[in-house]
Write a protein that binds this ligand. Structure first.
Ligand code: 13P
Length: 253
């Protein structure tokens, strides 16, 4: 089945107000009327409102990099799903490797965040991926299976209709050491096959799986031409609008 391409730009903890707004304008100019691919940017929290303003009435959607899975209350420093909705977020990253490995989000917290995001009407990008030592120990699929199962257990295929999965091998993130198209395809095919078992063939065939980890304009075509790679989640290269646009256009619609 034909799945549409979805490309996200995760700006992580980069930029300041002026440079964030300038980047949003540049992305809009290059991709604001792009067809054939869904484009999302994930700015830091303080820039969501001005970036959303810049992207209004364009085809570029906006998402948040994280949320806290409570509605409101005494959670200093945290941001709720309804706050994100109220400033125009459509999407949210859940379980990014930096949340898991720098901030200590465990599988149970990732699962709670996913549940709350969907309950509040945010479309989740669930990030999964193995660390280098796990790959070297031959445990890649065991890790991916655990991350997927703990997050998706209890959700029906229908409830997960808006879900996007991002396969981001930790060893490829921010290292310049991109997975080869064959390595990425192998993991994506495994994920799809696993989901066929847990959530059925129709869901597995429809769900979009992004690859993330050192994607650039120069290596995107090889990755995006793989049968089970439906887009990219881009860190560093998403801070350059020209490179980000090249990634979005890497697979002809
Ligand atoms: P890089 O593209 O900088 O490797 O980051 C990937 C990533 O973590 C996107 O979420």
């Amino acid at each position: 089945m034909a799945r549409s391409v979805v490309v996200g730009g995760n700006w992580k903890m980069h930029l300041e107000l002026d440079s964030a707004v300038a980047l949003a304008s540049d992305v809009r100019n290059r991709l604001g009327s792009q067809r054939g691919a869904e484009v999302i940017v994930f700015p830091p929290f303080p820039f969501l409102v001005p970036v959303a303003e810049r992207l209004r009435e364009s085809r570029v959607a906006i998402g948040a990099q994280d949320l806290w899975p409570e509605a409101k209350g005494a959670f200093t420093g945290a941001v709720s799903a309804s706050m994100l909705r109220s400033v125009g977020c459509e999407w949210v990253l859940i379980g990014h490797s930096e949340r898991r490995h720098v901030f200590g989000d465990d599988d149970a917290l990732v699962a709670r965040k996913l549940t709350v995001a969907m309950a509040e009407g945010l479309k989740p990008v669930l990030c999964v991926g193995e660390r280098l030592e796990e790959r070297q120990a031959g445990r890649t699929f065991e890790v991916l299976g655990r991350q997927l199962d703990t997050a998706l257990a209890g959700h029906t295929a229908a409830a997960l209709a808006s879900l996007v999965i991002a396969y981001e091998p930790v060893w490829a993130i921010g290292t310049g050491q991109v997975a080869t198209p064959a390595q990425a395809q192998e993991a994506h095919a495994w994920i799809r096959d696993h989901l066929r078992g847990t959530h059925g063939a129709a869901f597995a065939d429809a769900v979009r799986i992004q690859y993330g980890g050192s994607v650039k304009g120069s290596n995107a075509a090889g990755l995006l031409s793989q049968p089970d790679i439906d887009g990219a989640l881009v860190g560093g290269a998403s801070l350059q609008a020209d490179d980000f646009a090249a990634i979005v256009r890497a697979r002809a619609a």
